[in-house]
Design a protein around this ligand. Structure first.
Ligand SMILES: [Zn+2]
Length: 48
């Protein structure tokens, strides 16, 4: 059920949480997922 999003993908607007440190990243509709701003991890899960 876990749906992982990776840096460089465009998963659509929403809030994504870093799988390493839990930092939330808020993306717009056409934004590319950046590396985590805190730990540079490249895996995220969708929060909402
Ligand atoms: Zn992180």
């Amino acid at each position: 059920m876990a749906n992982y999003i990776h840096t460089g993908e465009k998963p659509g607007s929403g809030v994504y949480a870093c799988t390493n440190c839990g930092t939330d990243v808020n993306l717009g509709r056409d934004d590319k997922m950046p590396p985590c701003p805190k730990c540079t991890n490249t895996n995220f899960t969708k929060v909402q």
